[in-house]
Design a protein around this ligand. Sequence first.
Ligand SMILES: Nc1ncnc2c1ncn2[C@@H]1O[C@H](COP(=O)(O)OP(=O)(O)OP(=O)(O)O)[C@@H](O)[C@H]1O
Ligand SMILES: [Mg+2]
Length: 332
Amino acid sequence: MSAIETKSLTKSFGNVIAVNDISFSVESGEIFGFLGPNGAGKSTTMMILTTLLKPTSGQALISGFDVMTDAKKVRESIGYVQQETTVDEYLTGRENLILQAKLNHIPKNEINQRIDSVLELIELTDKQHDSVVTYSGGMRKRLDIAGGLLHRPKVLFLDEPTVGLDIQTRRKIWKYLKKIHDEFEMTIFLTTHYMEEADQLCDRVGIIDGGQIQVIDSPKNMKNAMGNEVISIIIEDEENLDSFSSELQKIEFVNKINVDGPKLTLFASNGTEVIPKIFQISSDLKIKIVSIALTQPTLDDVFISYTGHEIRDDDSKFNRKREHAKMKRLRA
Ligand SMILES: Nc1ncnc2c1ncn2[C@@H]1O[C@H](COP(=O)(O)OP(=O)(O)OP(=O)(O)O)[C@@H](O)[C@H]1O
Ligand SMILES: [Mg+2]
């Protein structure tokens, strides 16, 4: 039995189709990630899977329980760590966890021992008696994650677990998540718009854009499928762009081209053979190349290849949009 299974899952808000006919499954014990830009439908999918939103159509099962007809059983088998931190700043770390344990109806005689073990796991034992107001962003997130583990869920959902955190803190959170996964043999479903997070943490990744899944595979397979090399070109002006791109497409060893304004990305199986030909064509067409780079494929390149655009990592814009969507949800 799969830990998560969806069949043609769809969610519309008026005429916005936030999640559009999504079918996928996550096996027990996997770390699975949804990678996509702002507004892709990641949080909406997660809210359906955690029973907080009803789908417009389609089906979703968690550990075999239907989110619509067996919502209570679903809630008992999952942990959910929201994107916004939910801890109370004026309580200590431990007091927050006691509150969480009571909300989750954990037997009284087990509360202390369970809290001790999660605090140890996320290395907050030393800080447990300090008010959360003194915690850093990374420590608050760790406390949030600890709260989601107290009732020992089979499936842990994390919505953008490291958004807004600096890269060192982000790496620490990845370390804790791997530890949690190994220790509790837990299935983890997370959403992210960070390439590196998907690459480092996930066994399999679903690229989601415009409410639809573009591809699902392991990061390694996705990168391998791109060919051996990626050539990124920026040209000075876009006047002869169409003829340039169609000539480049004809070069032997070029598998695919993406054009995003003055930036062209070529996926090639033999980059060193291709580069001299690029210069020949640009010179024939009188196109000035501002920069050209030959690299190994990254998940970023995979994303471009499937969606035709880059995943934009602009946290300020991200937060504004997210706040706006949250307000809309509150009003709805
Ligand atoms: N309650 C709502 N009412 C109307 N539209 C909504 C609502 N919730 C989400 N949407 C819209 O659905 C689409 C998907 O939103 P969702 O929050 O699922 O995206 P996301 O991938 O989580 O994005 P982000 O990276 O910004 O968190 C967006 O166009 C969003 O504006
Ligand atoms: Mg979201």
